[in-house]
Design a protein around this ligand. Structure first.
Ligand SMILES: [Zn+2]
Length: 308
């Protein structure tokens, strides 16, 4: 099977017919009015910012580094530090309960430095971290014989409390007065800046002997699109295209164009991570699979899915 598209490019869809079908279906769905409204609402910052959120900590890296070095083993890995960081920022409800118990408001309440809440978080880390990593959460002189024991848990709990304070995640002030209940921490400021590129890094034509690909897109003309990756929406995502200077093949994010100027062929890539589904919208496999699974469960009715 073959066809010419609007710009007279020969579309070879022998090997990628299912993919082409998927792309066409996604393009139809994205263009349905009711789904367009849904996508518009998703893209609208007002809707995303409906629930109150705390900004991610702006502690300087210098201060952060000093804290890590003085609190944990010098052998602690970046992944363990990040695991702890996101464990703290992802559990603000627990931090609220912990801080409230730390700051007694009535005479019959006990003021305590640690709390069963923070101890439970320490226990969860103990249970879900392998022994080698767990060891790096303690200084040499602090390591007890039983890393899973009560003593280690208490010590880790104190470290987590200090970590939360470093990040400004304490709902009570130094005099024991409530400042504000902590809202969930927004990850907006730590979103990666994504650039979509071809998955090939050298020309696949045997005659080109694995030539490196040159950037085809001019710097001033790099398109910025909206990308739906899983359930996240990334705006102003740059899209880069490569080309082989020898055979003139063009390598895009989801397809390749090759062949002589009067008979260019276009092939969609079965292993592409992202697909173009609109004028300036790309989606990833997770999103496209979710849409297709949804349609399948609605008995292959795109209208029913869009209505949903
Ligand atoms: Zn080439």
């Amino acid at each position: 099977m073959s066809a010419y598209n609007q710009d007279n490019t020969f579309v070879s869809n022998i090997v990628s017919l299912p993919l082409l079908g998927l792309l066409m279906l996604l393009q139809i769905i994205v263009q349905l009015p009711s789904l367009s409204v849904l996508l518009f609402l998703l893209f609208c910052p007002g809707v995303q910012a409906a629930a109150p959120e705390l900004s991610f900590s702006d502690v300087s890296f210098d201060i952060f580094n000093i804290f890590i070095q003085s609190t944990f083993s010098s052998k602690i890995s970046l992944s363990t530090v990040l695991m702890l960081l996101f464990t703290i920022t992802g559990n603000t409800d627990l931090l609220n309960l912990h801080a409230r118990q730390q700051n007694s408001q009535f005479s019959y309440e006990q003021k305590r430095d640690s709390s069963p809440w923070m101890n439970s978080l320490a226990r969860a880390i103990q249970r879900q971290t392998n022994k080698r990593k767990l060891k790096t959460l303690f200084k040499k002189k602090e390591i007890s014989e039983d890393l899973m024991g009560e003593e280690s848990k208490e010590m880790l709990s104190i470290k987590l409390n200090s970590f939360a304070n470093l990040l400004g995640l304490n709902s009570f002030g130094p005099n024991g007065e409530l400042i504000q209940k902590l809202a969930p921490v927004s990850n907006h400021d730590i979103q990666p800046i994504l650039v979509l590129c071809p998955t090939s890094y050298e020309c696949m034509d045997i005659e080109c002997q694995s030539r490196s690909l040159l950037l085809w897109t001019r710097q001033q003309q790099i398109p910025e699109v909206t990308l739906i990756k899983g359930i996240k929406i990334f705006k102003r995502v740059s899209v880069l295209t490569g080309h082989c200077p020898k055979c003139k093949a063009v390598y895009a994010v989801d397809h390749e164009t090759y062949g002589p100027p009067n008979a260019r062929k276009k092939t969609y890539l079965n292993d592409a991570q992202y697909f173009k589904v609109g004028q300036s919208t790309y989606v990833d496999c997770v999103f496209s699979n979710a849409v297709l699974n949804g349609i399948y469960n609605f008995h292959a009715s795109t209208a029913a899915y869009a209505e949903f």
